[in-house]
Design a protein around this ligand. Sequence first.
Ligand code: KG4
Ligand code: ZN
Length: 366
Amino acid sequence: MKEYITILGLESSCDDTAASVVRCARAQCADIMSSVVYGQTELHADFGGIVPEIAARAHAEKLDYCVEEALSRADLSLKNIDAIAVTAGPGLIGGVLSGVMCAKGLSAGAKIPLIGVNHLAGHGLTPRLTNQLAYPYLLLLVSGGHCQFLIVRSFDEFTRLGGTIDDAPGEAFDKTARLLGLSQPGGPAVERAAKGANPRAFKFPRPLLDRPGCDMSFSGLKTALRRARDQLVEKNNGLTLTEIGELSAGFQAAVCDVLVEKSRRAMRLFSAEFPTVKPALAVAGGVAANKAIRAGLLAVCEAEGFDFVAPPPEFCTDNAAMIAWVGVERFRAGKFDDSTLSARPRWPLDNHSRPMLGSGKKGTKA
Ligand code: KG4
Ligand code: ZN
């Protein structure tokens, strides 16, 4: 039996082209030997959102380069790779296809096994890569296209406790930034603008807190923000920097309050099912990079007796180390794919739950 498993991961489901090499000794934690990410922010900047055709073309152009760079930074060649793990969905079909075709080419050419990975599983299992978290745990997946609470039972067993019925929070951050004339991606821009500003200067709703359960809604919040902005613009012919800061801070606080309160409910459901497990809430996805949201979640975890696990921000946003890590877990379980692997733009993590309503920038929510 080999001492190490070495996996090359590829990611191209949205607007980041990424490759990574992750090496894992049989019984030890993993080493991220390289993680290369090429963002496409500038390519889409003039369009106010991601243009799928431009994204797909850029992925196709950058993937080979990313793979070379990831192998060279890890000081390895394809000969040292035990399997290629690639995002096969959910995501923008053109981008996912670019990655799957690239992985199939490498797999066939170098005779390396192929593993198709669910992008959301990549985010969801990241706390195991970065923090060695044991199953089962509660996961809040909160990104540009998704928002859901999941019980993670194993690398391919997820139970959804609730999720957004309309926009994902990342999408709402991005739209808020657009409304306030801030740059994309909107999350980091809104977070910067909100720093030090009064979050109570404007009153924003906390949608669905009055209803039981863990479902969430963020589109009304965006509408409330638009209304507040329009009133100010009508009155003063524009927004002051202070107002942009206060609107950003008010919006961020509302998202934070909803996520915190719904997390509390999800934690109680988790504890009811696993009364003897040392419980942990892990966050994953781009929005989990937000410091105010992280602080809110940490506080509710302390109050509910949960460990709080937040991967480093660069592994919260899209990257290929998380895909390689799912590759490690599937490799260990002997779960491989072959040249019939297909791209799945919609691919729910929890096959037993009904599909969520609404549609995000990546299409109907998985
Ligand atoms: O997970 P991710 O990189 O891509 C998807 O799979 O969606 O998440 C990207 C999303 C974007 O909407 C971005 O605005 C948001 O995550 N985001 C943030 C922050 N950093 C990224 N949202 C709030 N605060 C941040 N610091
Ligand atoms: Zn993602």
